[in-house]
Design a protein. Structure first.
Length: 195
């Protein structure tokens, strides 16, 4: 079966790092929403005279947020159609709440749930300071806004999103990414995805 794996979690939990390690062992189309839409979003925000790193502005939420996510979904659909495994990396908070999102995605890819094994890995952290240090160590301009507005993030460190997709409960895995990301932890995730 093809694998469609969502790596979700708030900023600094390490979802992209975890997904990259797993992708070294499971060939896939690797779709990080920040990479797919980041440059376009930054340019549009700048043209509006807004902070290019602010993903909490009303303008972003009303005009750009869905474009980023829908474009990532379209690329996912194309890859599923041609038989590729797909890793999707982003919070996907609204999409996970929508019962119809996954149904529509598989339909558009001309696939069934019997053909595509869908799993959601929720990457969390128990340690708020580790989350902040990870964001700081990335050193990306996009994180400047997050760090300057840290109080709005620190309450979300253990955030578990609402997931309303018609997938078995065992296809949702909460992964605590605290401490060192060991080979054993990655091996366990790889085994989980391949099950």
């Amino acid at each position: 079966m093809q694998k469609l794996v969502y790596f979700v979690g708030v900023a600094g939990t390490g979802k992209t790092t975890v997904a990259k390690k797993v992708a070294e062992e499971i060939p896939c189309a690797f779709l990080d929403r920040d990479t797919v839409g980041g440059r376009f979003v930054e340019r549009f925000l700048e043209l509006q005279g807004l902070d290019k790193d602010d993903r909490d502005s009303e303008f972003y939420k009303e005009n750009l947020r869905d474009l980023e996510y829908d474009t990532t979904k379209d690329i996912c659909i194309e890859n599923l159609r041609v038989g590729q495994n797909v890793f999707m990396i982003s919070p996907f908070t609204s999409e996970l709440k929508s019962e119809q999102y996954l149904v529509d995605l598989l339909n558009e890819a001309n696939k069934t749930s019997a053909e595509v094994d869908v799993k959601v890995i929720v990457v969390t952290l128990q340690d708020i300071e580790q989350q902040k240090k990870r964001i700081e160590s990335r050193g990306t301009e996009r994180d400047t806004w997050k760090l300057d507005n840290w109080s709005s993030y620190e309450t979300r460190v253990n955030f578990i999103p609402e997931i309303n997709w018609a997938i078995p409960n065992e296809h949702i895995h909460i992964f605590d990414n605290s401490g060192t990301l060991t080979e054993e932890k990655i091996a366990n995730l790889i085994a989980y995805i391949k099950e």
